[in-house]
Design a protein around this ligand. Structure first.
Ligand code: ATP
Length: 453
């Protein structure tokens, strides 16, 4: 019954159009022609993304005694980015075409010949000899702080949230009196002036990261590295992502940052032209970050191990996942088009984990009379304070079901003629299409159990 469309190249196009039509994701500043690779989340998208972030926060911060949350500012002292290596190292080599003014990464496979030489050919306009030699281009967004726009006032939009954690390592440790091993986590915006953004929300210039740095005693680091690889893969499974579409990719020597002791990406198979791509990085960063910040700030960033009367710089195991990219994985994973037995019209379904679904239940009176709308409205009012529900009385019941299926609503509740006389309603499950009658009084408890809210 299911059409095997999950890996077909047009799933992304269909998701873009569904997202706009139903209010998940809009192009930023669309009425002005948009902004390059920046997206706005609409009413349903903001709920889905928030649910995703809440699940991460719950698993990584609230459900654990050994991880603390913070929310550091986007703007940081520019020295941070010198210490982190981003000012000198966060660069891509670029070439410009003098003729058509387009810009490419120097390693763009479409470029024929050596950029900067007469026989190099521009992949956009086709002219020969117009491509510049590669120049280093920093991916950080630069702006100015204060009233004077000069080099002394340059400030960056953070390209990752992790540095806000490193610079607060001592603050958090002292305030909470956590003992190593412990972690610090945060969710926040990051900005990168990506050269080749695209694929919807896969690679954007403004995005959100969910990052956690776990500080451990040197010598215990590899055990913790394995622990976090396992935990983080498990989290993706528990989001409902198909395990067959998830895998680890170990960084090769060439891919590995010079300071990193080991790095694994958790990749998801996005299908189409993207295939397997990173959604999360689990990285062993050694003591690089704390050592560098200590060096650049002149402050000690160490841990004092009281029982053993010993000071040391902890090693860091980092887990870093993009909220937007994880959301795209969830959408791609859940999207399907299928035929329904006995119905001429097929349906589009977003098979989202109930905890992620933006709307938990659709509530419908079968027809707009005989007390059905009143009863359905009462049910909606009763449920709404607990979780988002959607009341809908317009159009044929089949169409109302389909409208909820395509936004991932796990349950639809219908009030029919029998409901008014015996107080029962039907509960229809999105995935199985099974319907059962439940007493309206018990509805709240039944849904809460099934939704685990
Ligand atoms: P890539 O090699 O794809 O540019 P990266 O290795 O630089 O990514 P990290 O710095 O490890 O990525 O970032 C951690 C996570 O942040 C990524 O796994 C991804 O989920 C997310 N992320 C990074 N860059 C972007 C972006 N431009 N748009 C959306 N999400 C991003």
């Amino acid at each position: 019954m299911h059409m095997p469309n999950a890996t077909s190249p047009d799933v992304m196009d269909r998701l873009v159009s569904l997202s706009k039509r139903r209010g998940f994701i809009f192009q930023s500043s669309e009425i002005y022609g948009g902004t390059g690779s920046v997206w706005d989340y609409g009413p349903l998208g903001v709920e889905l993304k928030r649910n995703l972030k809440d699940r991460w926060w719950q698993a990584m911060v609230r459900a654990r005694s050994d991880i603390e949350g913070i929310d550091a500012a986007i703007l940081m002292n520019p020295k941070v980015w010198e210490a982190s290596g981003h000012v000198s190292g966060f660069v891509d080599p670029l070439v410009d075409c003098r003729n058509c003014k387009k810009r490419f990464r120097a390693d763009d496979p479409r470029i024929k010949g050596e950029p900067g030489t007469p026989d190099a050919q521009c992949p956009a306009c086709g002219m020969k000899g117009t491509l510049s030699a590669p120049r280093q281009f920093n991916l950080m967004f630069k702006t100015f702080m204060g009233p004077v726009e000069d080099t002394a006032s340059v400030i960056y939009l953070r390209p990752e949230t992790a540095q806000g954690i490193y610079v607060n390592f001592v603050n958090v440790q002292q305030a909470t009196r956590q003992k190593v091993p412990f972690g610090i986590a945060q969710i926040g915006k990051a900005f990168r002036n990506e050269i080749t953004p695209g694929n919807f929300i896969f690679r954007t210039r403004e995005f959100e990261q969910m990052e956690m740095q776990f500080f451990v005693e040197p010598g215990t680091d590899m055990t913790w590295f394995e622990y976090w690889k396992d935990q983080r893969m498990r989290w993706h499974h528990e989001l409902g992502l198909d395990p067959a579409r998830l895998r680890f990719h170990e960084h090769t020597k060439e891919e590995l940052a010079h300071y990193a002791r080991g790095a694994f990406d958790i990749q998801f198979d996005f299908g189409g032209t993207l295939g397997f791509q990173e959604v999360e990085g689990v990285h062993h960063r050694g003591d690089f970050d704390l050592t560098r910040h200590a060096e650049y700030s002149g402050k000690k960033l160490e841990y004092f191990d009281q029982p053993n009367n010993r000071r040391y710089v902890p090693n860091v195991i980092e887990t870093s996942v993009g909220a937007d990219r994880a959301m795209l994985a969830v959408l791609v994973n859940g999207y399907r088009e299928e035929t329904v037995e006995g119905e001429s019209e097929g349906r589009t379904v977003l098979a989202l984990h109930p905890a992620l679904a933006p709307i938990k239940a659709g509530i419908f009176p079968l027809v707009k009379k005989d007390g059905m709308p009143e009863m359905a409205e009462r049910i909606a009012q009763d449920l709404r304070p607990r979780f988002p529900v959607f009341y809908d009385e317009s159009g044929a019941i089949g169409r109302r079901y389909r409208r909820q299926d395509e936004v991932g609503t796990p349950f639809c509740i219908t009030v029919d003629g029998q409901s008014v006389s015996d107080g029962t309603v039907t509960v229809r499950e999105r995935d199985t299409l099974r319907q059962e009658r439940v007493g309206a009084d018990a509805l709240r408890a039944v849904l809460e159990t099934r939704l685990s809210v």
